[in-house]
Design a protein. Sequence first.
Length: 406
Amino acid sequence: MDTTQPPNTALPGDAPLPFDATLLFKALQYQLLVAVEYCYDLAPDECLWLEVMGDVTVPGKAQTEVKLYSNSLTDSHPNFWNTVKNWLHENFDRTSFKSLVLLTTQEFGAQALLKGWNTATPAARLSIMETIAGSSYAGVDQQSKQESEDVEGGAKSSKARKLQQHVMAPERRNALMEVLERMHITTGAESLEQRLQSYQTRHLKPIRPSKCQQFIEDLLGFMSSPQLVISGWKITHQAFTDKLSELTHQYMKHPKTFPKVDLAALKKAIDVEEIRPMPFAQKIVEIGGEHHLKRAALHRVVAQNTISDLYTDGVLFKPMLDGYLGNHLTLHQYGRELAMLGCIGITCPTELSTRSMVFFIERNGLPVEPFCGLEHTMPEFRNGIYHMLAGEKPEDEDDEFHWRLW
C-alpha cells in the first residue's frame, strides 16, 4: 500500500505539520475497499490476506500492490520499481500466483515506455526495463532526473538508480522473468471517493439510502477488525459472506429486524430540564415519577428517530404508523380503566399516586408488539410510543393518554 504525496496546502492557522498521518489512514481505507472487491469474487474454498504477503493477496490467484498516488507513473517512478523489487524477494513465492498486479490511481507519464506494458511479451517487458535502467545510468532520463532534482535533489536520483540496479542484477534475472510473466499494471484506478461511490452504486441497491454510509463503515470496520488483524488478517469467503448477510439483513430497504439504536449516544443528548415542561413529562411528574423522566425522554427519542429514519427510507407509511399508535392507545385506555376500577373508594393522594406509578411501570414492562412486523422490536421503542401519545392533545378529551388513575 502506498499513499499520495503530502499536500502543499496549509493547515488551519497556516502551520503545516510534517507528521500529519491523515493520508496514511486514507490509503488504508482505499486498500480495504480494493480488498472488499476481491472478497466478492472469492470462491467458497478461497480466502484473502491483507499485508501478510503484500497489500491484497488471494493465494493461488493474485497478489496486488495498491498505490493511492496523485502524480504520474513515470518510467523511473519508485511505485513501479519497488513493487517489482518486493516480488523478487527470496521468500516471496511468485510462481504460486497467476497474476501479480500493480494497481495505482496514477496515469502513465506522457513519455513513459511503460505505457505498452500490458500488451508486451515478458521478453519485451524486460527490454523496456533495460532501456529505462540504461537511460538512468547514462543520465539521459531527463524527466525523471528533473523530477528528482525538484524534490530532493541528486539523492533521490541516486536512490532510484540503486533500486533499478538491484532489480536488474544478473543474479535475479530468472526471478525477474517469473515476475514479468505474471505482472499487470492497472493505471487510472478510481480515487477513494470514486471507489466509495462505485461500491454504493454496484452493491448497495437493496440497502436503505440513509444506511448506505453506515453499511460501508461497518463493512470496513469488519475488514480491519482487531480480531482479524491479530489472527493474521485472513478473510475467508465464509466470514465475508456472513458479514454481508448480517449487514444486508440489518440495513435492507424492507428489513425483517428492528433497526439498531445507539442508546448510549442518544442518552448523552437528553436534557431533563428541557423536556420537563412538555405534556408527556408533566403526566409522569404528576404521578410522582420524577426519577423516570430521563429514561422516558430517551425512549421517546428512540421512537421518534426510528420512525423518522423509516419514513425517510420509504419503509414506513402513515397508515402503518397510525395503526400501531391507535392499537396502543386503545390497549392503554382499557388497561387504565381496569386499573381505575381497583382504585374505587380510594381518596388518599399518596395511595393514588403509588397505584398510578405501579400502573406506569407495569405498562412499560409489558411484552412488545412487533412494529410493522419487525422482529425484536425494542421495548424502548414501544415505551417511546406511549410518551408520544402522551404528548398529543386529541380533539376528544376522552381519547387523551394519561398515566394517573384519577
